[in-house]
Design a protein. Structure first.
Length: 742
């Protein structure tokens, strides 16, 4: 069997592989998924040969091929890679391969760059596949319009190319038959939803100017019944902080031999948003694809590895926060805040963040946004007395801002109404009493940079909680004579540029991405931020699920998780200290309540909790996130296991009652079955309430001291778990046995 094997490129990393045949007129993906090993020339030829499917009745007269840039020219009837036109013409692209190069990355993986040219639309396309050492495949495209004077006949007249849509697509096999993605609302983000992948298109379009609290987040397609610990899955995340389009598509004729399903997406473009004049380039967001044969935990592990390998990933221990919002709201009184800072330092807080209410005219949420100077009526000496006091107590000082928004009742709106993003015909309804500032307007952009730069410099701010509370509707840039243009894409790029410029001036500055809670969590914003706020809801019952699924993309050290007061601010649900603290432990932890109102007993438990966080964060923020597959949703078992499986911390949580009285044996995922371990129950935060007469014998012993247990018992047989009352949790610590390690 012979083949021009030099025309087949294989990228391999972390047990996964992408194999592309650089055929003409267009390359095609021969395989994406499990690593096929180091294939010989004959092996590569066999892969190419077996990629050809049958010629069907009433179909194309040649075998159907799904190329790297699928269009109708291939006979492809599904979602195309490219849609657009030049003044209503040049609507049927026929790109051809013009060149390709590939390289190996340090640490594993590689990069394949494919050059295409479409004579119909006179576009040059550069398609880049980058397989990271984590096994995550990043794909993006650059489209450049033909140079003036070199346009083809189809593009004659120098009409701009209107790009309507660009989708980056990969083929999946027939067995990929079930879809998991997410929806949600304010204070209930990332609610999972699963369904069979039937024929047709499963499409999720986000038109909120940001991913939104109902973001698909990580669209996953897998073999039916896949779980956290097993099953083959393929996932996609779009690294873009604006409008998005996700799709999983199955056509009756398929897409090739074993290619029955297509997974892909990209930026959702508004009509007229991208018009390419000769020489101009559109660069798509990066679509992050990942495959795993170890279920959702395997998929999550790849994304966690990807993020942790970034040069900008936080490397220092994540400081324990106190955020002032649910402690004082808009009631900014210096003496009260000084007392709050004192209490925070006493219990072990390391970063004190002053939330909304500090700037000019901001006594409630109806006024002041846009006026980023300290309100002298409330803070006659500025923020210095508080910031200095916080640092004198050994804590870092942080501040809340919402630079992209403006209240009409503000000096900025009155002075610069032209900086408000909206149509010339007039603004639509406000949301949360606010509108969006046109950050892409150079005057507005420079104003924000100057204000933020001055604040950070004057008060030695080490951390900004950067909020984004409203959705973008009618996001257009005003033009002369009412010639408005879509402005959503420009807004995102301007915000990226603003954050980058601010960090360049203040290299140590950390930024949190907050958007009414978890409304802007994506790898585009995380390329320039250091933490996300998963939800405005601190209710631990809701947070158990929110944090569980936020962790499908992000490792715990990037996810803010706070102990709030009881009853909960967002649900009015009462709760126990133990459940609140155990829940908040598994993330970048913090406190969000008025410590001056706490009893000595509550303060003592919080002090014990902060000590436990400092003790365990080395494990929690470097280990592998694991989640057990259990019947029903009444109980959860999740944890973090050290990379070498030498230690772990688990939570056994009950969210609701269930028909069964016993949970039976529950296996602890992630440990080594051939290693000896010791298990104990951490009791510093108090014990949960039990719905039983006596505990399982192993639990009684683990409450007293370390209990030796073989790894095979923990991982293969499992432990009979106690029955807890609803909204209670048990903290289980595991370490490699001293006698085993020796």
């Amino acid at each position: 069997m012979t083949s021009n094997s030099a025309r087949i490129v294989t990228l391999r990393a972390a047990g996964t592989a992408l194999v592309v045949e650089l055929g003409e007129p267009l390359p095609r993906v021969l395989h994406w998924g499990a690593d096929l090993g180091e294939l010989s020339d004959d092996g590569l030829a066999a892969l190419s040969l077996t990629a050809e499917g049958a010629v069907l009745n009433n179909s194309l007269d040649v075998p159907r091929r799904f190329t790297v840039w699928p269009t109708e020219a291939d006979g492809w009837s599904g979602s195309p890679a490219q849609q657009g036109h030049r003044a209503g013409t040049a609507t049927t692209p026929r790109p051809v391969l013009t060149g390709a190069s590939h390289s190996v990355l340090p640490g594993g993986g590689g990069e394949l760059v494919i050059e295409l040219h479409d004579a119909v639309s006179d576009l040059a396309v550069t398609l880049t596949y980058r397989l990271e050492p984590s096994g995550v495949l990043g794909v993006h495209a650059d489209l450049t319009a033909g140079q003036a004077g070199q346009a083809t006949e189809a593009a004659d007249g120098a009409a701009p190319y209107d790009l309507a849509a660009l989708g980056l697509l990969l083929p999946l096999p027939e067995r990929a038959g079930e879809v998991l993605d997410f929806t949600g609302k304010w204070s209930r983000e990332r609610s999972p939803q699963r369904r069979p992948l039937h024929y047709g298109s499963h499409v999720r379009e986000m038109r909120r100017g940001k991913p939104g609290v109902d973001s698909p987040y990580l669209l996953t397609v897998g073999v039916p019944g896949f779980g956290f610990r097993d099953g083959e899955v393929w996932g996609l995340h779009i690294g873009w902080s604006g409008d998005q389009r996700y799709l999983a598509e199955r056509l009756p004729e398929g897409a090739g031999s074993d290619h029955a399903v297509v997974l892909g997406g990209g930026e959702l473009l508004r009509a007229g948003e991208v018009r390419l004049a000769p020489g101009e380039t559109y660069t798509s967001p990066v679509c992050h694809f990942a495959w795993s044969d170890a279920g959702l935990d395997g998929l999550a592990g790849r994304f966690h590895d990807l993020l942790r390998a970034r040069p900008t990933h936080p490397s220092s221990p994540r400081p324990l926060h106190l955020n002032s919002w649910e402690a004082v709201y808009f009631d900014h009184d210096l003496d009260r805040l000084l007392r709050l800072a004192d209490k925070a330092a006493e219990v072990g807080v390391e970063r004190f963040v002053l939330d909304d209410g500090w700037f000019t005219g901001r006594r409630d949420d109806t006024a002041g946004l846009g006026d980023w100077t300290v309100d002298k009526t409330v803070w006659p000496e500025g923020l210095g007395p508080l910031a200095d006091h916080v640092r004198a107590l050994g804590m870092e000082f942080g501040l809340w801002v919402e630079p992209e928004m403006v209240n009409l009742d503000s000096g900025l709106a009155r002075e610069h109404p032209e900086w408000i993003l909206g149509p010339s015909a007039g603004l639509g309804p406000s949301s949360r009493h606010q509108y969006t500032l046109d950050v892409a307007h150079e005057g507005a952009w420079q104003y924000l940079l100057d204000c933020l730069d001055a604040l950070v410099a004057e008060y030695g701010i080490g951390y900004l909680k950067w909020d984004h509370n409203r959705e973008l509707h009618e996001a257009v840039e005003r033009g002369p004579g009412g010639a408005d243009r879509p402005g959503g894409r420009a807004q995102v790029l301007a915000v990226y540029r603003l954050m980058d410029a601010l960090k360049a001036r203040h290299p140590g500055l950390e930024i949190e991405s907050c958007a009414s809670g978890g409304g802007r969590i994506d790898l585009g914003i995380l390329a320039r931020t250091d933490r996300v706020w998963a939800s405005d809801c601190n209710d631990p019952l809701e947070r158990q699920t929110i944090q569980r699924w936020t962790g499908q993309l992000l490792p715990p050290e990037l996810v803010g998780s706070h102990v709030g007061p009881t009853p909960s601010h967002t649900t009015a649900r009462p709760g126990t200290d133990t459940f609140r603290m155990v829940t908040a432990l598994f993330g970048h932890a913090g406190i969000e309540q008025d410590l001056s109102a706490c009893t000595p007993q509550e303060l003592a438990r919080l002090t014990a909790w902060t000590a436990l966080y400092r003790e365990q964060r080395g494990l929690l923020h470097t280990g592998r996130v694991v989640r057990a597959d259990l019947a029903g949703d009444a109980v959860l078992l999740h944890g973090v296991v050290a990379a070498d499986a030498s230690a772990a911390l688990y939570t056994w949580a009950r969210l609701a009652t269930s028909p069964e009285g016993q949970s039976g044996r529950v296996r602890l995922p992630g440990l080594d079955p051939d290693t000896g371990y010791e298990v104990r129950i951490r009791t510093e935060l108090g014990l949960p309430a039990f719905h039983q007469t006596t505990a399982p014998p192993w639990l009684a012993r683990a409450l007293e001291d370390w209990l030796p247990l073989p790894g095979a018992v923990l991982t293969r047989a499992g432990l009979p778990m106690p029955t807890l009352e609803p909204e209670h949790a048990l903290l289980i610590e595991v370490r490699e046995a001293v006698w085993n390690a020796a």
